[in-house]
Design a protein around this ligand. Structure first.
Ligand SMILES: Cc1cc2nc3c(=O)[nH]c(=O)nc-3n(C[C@H](O)[C@H](O)[C@H](O)COP(=O)(O)OP(=O)(O)OC[C@H]3O[C@@H](n4cnc5c(N)ncnc54)[C@H](O)[C@@H]3O)c2cc1C
Length: 466
């Protein structure tokens, strides 16, 4: 029986980063993954393939619409969807192989198969051929991730009614696509297919898009998407779906009550969220219980069972790859007797649409609810020279700072490339920085990052470029 310091179940950003850190710290480590490839949801059917399609579809739309022509570039673009899908698959393959290489480099044993806990310190791995291997270990890290949440009454067949995985590989551009759920995944994948030519309608239960995001940013973003051609049906509840092999009919009712209506589309994407994945994990053998949503609770990544730890989407907190990654490092460092820690106040969230949305820290609604006195600095991309020259003027940056101490409490932005630039605010916040720290930091010109500086200047009322 093989003996380990750490056995990690799940090879996503939580699992493979935990394995890497464990290897670096000299722990004898195995990573168990059932899907046949490392990288988890993120690399295989999440972050990376969606970004591959977002990138390609953005360029296609720029070429096919008036954007290229406005810049003096005249082309006759033709969509080659199989090639778009092939380049996505190639990049994903290269990334998953890259993770395998990192495992080898850090002397982590990669075991293919589905793992299940079989009592304290024991993991049984069932390979594709049905054979079983027993691993004995001092620590088990559960990093089994999440899966799409199903919607009662709407059966996902991944033909006409698809989840996010299906929407990453549609065989054709739909004439019409209904997205159920106005969250990150729905708006990103809706953007992909809209840019490629689909008419996209988003149906959302709440009366707003992007729940939890700063309301001013979410409202501005909705207006921008509407200008791009998105249709929104908010405060609406989908109660049923009937699919034929050509189209789907959806029954939709106003949440407040009223008459139901039928919407028709070529395809429907169900994107109402994700839920923790613990199927067949043997949690009962170590007495771990999940909550109503299927989530495993943690206290500094410890579960209720001694020697069993949990990180990533399967436990509490935002379901994001970088959150899983940070928890992975902290968890392994705690296992190794070090001081692992994650600052949950500074986990950025990005929506990789065009323009992007990026947020970190408290929203204005959070601060109001907590009774915190704060100041706001805001700067529009319309007044940013780089955005102006690139014809990307939609959006703004908003910096929120403590009214007394000036410490940055949050930053929310919609605009070009804000997903990359929010990192500077994360660093400032991690150092306990003030809006003045950012405002007095020299920023390169002409860059869109200057909009963040100008917004920070705005907190004390000395924005200079607007
Ligand atoms: C379409 C889409 C786009 C996304 N885009 C982004 C983005 O841009 N940025 C971002 O931060 N996040 C994004 N996410 C979310 C991100 O993918 C997840 O937060 C992240 O993958 C979570 O990592 P994890 O390691 O916890 O779990 P996962 O990545 O889900 O990995 C868990 C792995 O465990 C394996 N597994 C499960 N049970 C077992 C078992 N018993 N034995 C062996 N293996 C098992 C699974 O096969 C899976 O590979 C996106 C998600 C989707 C669906």
């Amino acid at each position: 029986m093989a003996q380990y310091d750490v056995v990690i179940i799940g090879g996503g950003p939580g699992g493979y980063n935990a394995a890497t850190r464990a290897g670096q710290l000299g722990l004898k480590t195995a990573i168990v993954e059932g899907r046949g490839k490392l990288g988890g949801t993120c690399l295989n059917v999440g972050c990376m393939p969606s970004k591959a399609l977002l990138h390609a579809s953005e360029l296609y739309e720029a070429a096919v619409g008036s954007e290229f022509a406005k810049l003096g570039i005249e082309v006759k673009p033709k969509l080659n969807l199989p090639q778009m899908m092939a380049q996505k698959a190639e990049s994903v393959e290269a990334l998953t192989k890259g993770v395998e290489f990192i495992m080898k480099k850090n002397k982590v044993e990669y075991i293919k198969g589905w793992g299940r806990i079989d009592g304290p310190g024991k993991v049984v791995v069932k390979a594709e051929d049905g054979s079983e291997t027993v691993l004995e270990t001092k620590n088990i890290v559960i990093a089994t991730g999440s899966e799409p949440t199903p919607l009662p009454g709407v059966t996902i067949d991944n033909k006409r009614i698809v989840d996010s995985t299906g929407a990453l590989s549609l065989p054709e551009v739909p004439k019409s696509l209904i997205v159920i759920g106005a969250g990150v995944i729905g708006l990103e994948l809706g953007s992909v297919w809209k840019r490629l030519g689909a008419e996209v309608t988003v149906v959302e239960f709440l009366d707003r898009i992007l729940p939890g995001t700063d309301t001013e940013v979410a409202n501005a973003f909705q207006k921008i998407l509407t200008k791009q051609g998105f249709k929104f049906k908010l405060a609406s509840k989908v109660t049923g779906a009937a699919a034929t092999d050509k189209q789907v009919k959806l029954t939709v009712e106003p949440v407040a009550g009223g008459e139901a209506e039928t919407l028709q589309a070529d395809y429907v994407l169900v994107a109402i969220g994700r839920r923790p994945y613990t199927q067949g994990l043997g949690l009962e053998t170590v007495g771990i219980e999940t909550d109503k949503r299927g989530m495993i609770a943690n206290d500094h990544y410890k579960t209720t069972a001694p020697g069993v730890w949990v990180i990533g989407d399967v436990t509490s907190g935002p379901m994001l790859a970088h959150k899983a990654e940070d928890e992975a490092v902290a968890c392994i460092e705690l296992i190794a007797g070090k001081a692992g820690h994650v600052n949950y106040d500074i986990i950025p969230g990005v929506i990789y649409t065009s323009p992007e949305v990026a947020t970190v820290g408290k929203t204005e609604e959070d601060l109001k609810a907590a009774g915190v006195a704060y100041k706001v600095g805001k700067f529009p991309f319309l007044a940013n020279s780089r955005a102006k020259i690139n014809h990307e003027t939609d959006g703004f940056v908003k910096v929120l700072a403590d009214a007394k101490t000036d410490r940055i409490l949050g930053c929310h932005a919609v605009g070009p490339n804000v997903g990359d630039m929010i990192a500077e605010i994360c660093v400032a916040m991690e150092f306990g920085g003030s809006s003045e720290d950012v405002a007095r930091t020299c920023h390169p010109h002409p860059t869109r990052a200057e909009a963040f500086r100008q917004a920070a200047m705005g907190v004390e009322g000395w924005t200079m470029q607007a």
